[in-house]
Design a protein around this ligand. Structure first.
Ligand code: ATP
Length: 745
């Protein structure tokens, strides 16, 4: 624009006419920018559909999804600047700014006021610049000094406001992030969403990445775009108005240039929108891959010891390298797409606009009358109008440069809007999934093994929770309850049992038969898909897994987890009570060893496997629940200490529900629930003495039969040395044949 004005100046043109044309053109640009998205969205729609169809055809179907998945997949479009984006953004903004009387709205208003102030200052500075040039042309020393003083004085607030805008932008991002993160955390820790999101649903691969990086990026981009779009919009509106007044006062015609400007800008906007790569989708995919890489790293840290024992560094390194490569490929793709897009953007906005500017400059010159509205001529001033023309030229030039810059900024921010669409889609999906988890709506991609035999019956399609859950005082009453995994595998079709206080239940069965799953249903982690479950509130049941979780905090925090020190005091317990508890589980020595109750350590690594299990049991003594759900939680504890702990639990009035493979624990139980691994189960009174003698016999037989293959081999050797046959060998071979034929039937 400045080049064009310079050229016009050389040709002794009335610059105000140029300014008038440009002013209307800027207004037109705003209009196009405002309304173009709807036009372009029609153009883009076909492209999106074609792209989606192409992608569908090119990707082989690896997974089958449930009907619910299909439904949601068809509803869910990939991130783009469309209706879905506006709807998602509106919802997120409602969370970020819940009302007018909030800190967030206050910050936004202050930020907007600063932007408005900056725009007024820009116009004032441009006019001041013109006035200074005028005083120079007039050779008026006094006026020049006054204007210069004004220039220096205005620089102080101007620079402060510039810096304030940046400060407020980052403040705004931080305030938005704080609100969104608080909201996300509330949802994440409501109704065990943190468990459900990774175990019962497969939509969010890396919730941690969404909760940290994606929310931060979304709020940063939102705050940045707010000032990046608001400021140019204000600039364009105010400057266009100023320029138009200036031009009108000089009697310039501005109809043709404004129409031309509107056409050129609208074509630029439509072209850029039509050819713009889908930055939203690209950025969203990049965020997903970042999440994968982060997950790989955290897996290595969590399993460092196991990997080191196995010497698995080579394979882990290759997994990491693959994940990193996939991320760099995606980032590279984005850079490459940006390369061509920015080239086109610059071509249109710099060169095509300048070219159209030439035409726009020519038309007002040819149509200029040089007559003001009041009938006087512009060149009637005492100095022949030279100083006034120079002042007007300088002012208009400055304003035009600023407004052209503002339009360019608005247009180039389209790709940032598309990137915002990517983050908006990820953050919205996070909240949608959290909401679904809260309401018990799960979706899971299940891999279909078309050739291999599936061990259990499977429910294909969405799982519906038809079961009834009733809260009781102190009994567990289960009626026709199915045990169904989140994948839809029916492990046990219908289970019915009643456990009263004092019914110490031993649960046995082969691996994967659903023992722990029963505990998951009792604790409310897995939904009740059918039948009726009457149980006391989850706080009355305490689950101890085989590998107890060690929390961050002091030694005391480990014993009282998940209580805090204040909760402990509230219950009227002291450190000396905790010492007693540790005494019961034979762990009293660690208080001294670890430096007292307030010592902080990485307890996961500091305590041995057996110590961690004993710590888990200590928690049961601290909380004293009605029912203790013990899931092979003493497998690393010596038998004598284990027996002491079980006896103490019973003495405390805690009802045991134990999954164990150790016969030494049978004597602490009154009933036996036995799963057969094929969906069947049996509940009976546990006769420990009979069962122990049967077990002894079983072990004896196992020991004898274990020697059979070796004896067989020896018999064969002897037969070949003696050159004789054996009756036993024949009968065994026919027995094996019979077994094989029965199995194949
Ligand atoms: N989060 C999950 N998602 C899908 N399937 C699961 C999940 N957790 C467990 N399962 C499946 O449920 C079945 C029963 O698992 P469960 O943990 O109850 O076995 P278990 O009887 O306790 O076995 P073990 O003695 O080996 O601990 C298994 O086939 C397992 O693959």
């Amino acid at each position: 624009m400045s080049k064009l004005l310079d050229m016009a100046a050389k040709a002794k043109i009335n610059r105000q006419k140029v300014a008038a044309g440009a002013a209307i053109c800027l207004l037109a640009a705003y209009g196009v920018r405002r309304y173009c998205p709807n036009v372009a969205s029609v153009l883009m729609k076909k492209k999106t559909e074609d792209g989606a169809r192409l992608q569908q055809n090119s990707e082989p179907t690896k997974k089958t999804t449930t009907k619910a998945d299909e439904g949601s997949a068809s509803q869910k479009s990939s991130p783009n600047v469309n209706k879905v984006f506006y709807r998602q953004l509106r919802r997120l903004i409602k969370i970020i700014i819940p009302g007018v009387w909030t800190k967030e709205f206050g910050a936004l208003t202050f930020h907007t006021a600063t932007l408005v102030a900056r725009t007024f200052l820009s116009v004032y500075v441009a006019k001041l610049d013109g006035s200074i040039v005028k005083t120079i042309v007039q050779r008026d020393m006094t006026k020049f000094s006054i204007q210069l003083a004004k220039w220096l004085l205005i620089a102080v607030p101007a620079t402060f406001i510039n810096s304030l805008i940046r400060f407020l932008e980052s403040q705004l991002a931080l305030i938005f992030r704080t609100r969104l993160v608080k909201h996300a955390y509330n949802m994440y820790f409501d109704k065990q969403t943190y468990y459900r999101v990774s175990n019962l649903d497969s939509r969010l691969a890396n919730a941690d990445q969404c909760l940290t990086e994606d929310i931060a990026m979304f709020t940063q981009q939102l705050a940045h775009l707010y000032s990046h779009l608001t400021k140019p919009l204000l600039d364009v509106s105010l400057i266009a108005f100023t320029l138009y007044s200036l031009a009108s006062s000089r009697g310039a015609s501005s109809r043709v240039p404004s129409v031309l400007a509107a056409v050129v800008i609208s074509i630029t906007a439509s072209t850029l929108r039509a050819v713009s790569p889908r930055f939203g989708k690209l950025v969203s995919e990049e965020a997903r891959r970042k999440g994968d890489l982060r997950f790989m790293h955290s897996r290595i840290i969590a399993n460092a010891e196991e990997i080191a024992f196995y010497g698995g560094h080579k394979i882990e390194k290759s997994h990491l390298a693959r994940s990193f490569k996939s991320l760099t490929e995606q980032s590279n793709l984005i850079y490459l797409k940006r390369l061509w897009y920015i080239m086109l953007e610059q071509f249109l906005m710099k060169y095509v606009w300048s070219c159209s500017g030439l035409i726009m400059v020519a038309v007002p010159i040819l149509t200029a009358t040089g007559v003001r509205y009041d009938g006087t001529y512009v060149d009637d001033d005492p100095d022949g109008g030279v100083s006034e023309r120079t002042r007007a030229f300088t002012t208009a030039r400055n304003l035009l440069i600023q407004s052209a810059d503002a339009i360019e900024r608005m247009m180039s921010s389209y790709k940032e809007v598309t990137e915002l669409a990517g983050y908006t889609s990820r953050v919205s999906e996070l909240f949608e999934v959290f909401e679904d988890m809260k309401n018990g709506r799960y979706q899971r991609n299940t891999v279909t093994h078309s050739k291999s035999k599936v061990a259990h019956d499977r429910i294909n399609g969405p799982l519906t929770q038809k079961g009834q859950v009733v809260e009781t005082e102190s009994t567990i009453d289960i009626e026709n309850l199915p045990i169904i995994t989140p994948n839809g595998d029916i492990i046990v079709a219908s289970l019915t049992l009643q456990i009263e206080k004092g019914t110490h239940l031993l649960i046995t069965g082969p691996n994967g038969c659903g023992k722990s799953s029963l505990f998951r249903i009792l604790s409310g982690l897995w939904p009740v898909y059918g039948g009726r479950l009457c149980r006391p509130p989850p706080s009355s049941m305490f689950y101890i897994p085989q590998r107890p979780y060690m929390s961050i905090g002091t030694l005391r925090d480990q014993v009282i987890y998940p209580d805090s020190k204040d909760d402990m005091r509230g219950k009227g317990l002291k450190d000396s009570d905790l010492e007693q508890i540790l005494n019961t589980v034979n762990l009293q020595h660690i208080v001294h060893r670890e430096g007292g109750w307030d010592s902080v350590s990485d307890w996961k690594d500091v305590l041995s496997g057996g110590e961690k299990q004993r710590m888990g049991m200590a928690r049961t003594f601290y909380h004293r629940p009605l029912f203790a759900l013990l899931d092979e939680c003493t497998s690393a504890v010596s038998i004598d200490v284990e027996s002491k702990i079980y006896q103490s639990l019973k003495d405390c009035g805690i009802t045991l529900m134990t999954i164990t493979h150790r016969p030494t624990l049978w004597k602490f139980h009154t009933h036996l629930l036995q799963f057969d691994g094929e969906g069947g189960w049996r509940m009976e009174v546990l006769d420990t003495t009979t069962r122990l003698s049967l077990n002894d016999e079983k072990q004896r037989l196992e020991a004898q039969l274990a020697g059979m293959p070796r004896m067989n081999e020896r018999l064969k050797e002897l037969c070949s040395v003696l050159g004789e046959d054996s009756v036993l060998l024949h009968s065994q071979e026919s027995f094996v044949e019979l077994e094989t034929s029965q199995e194949s039937e």
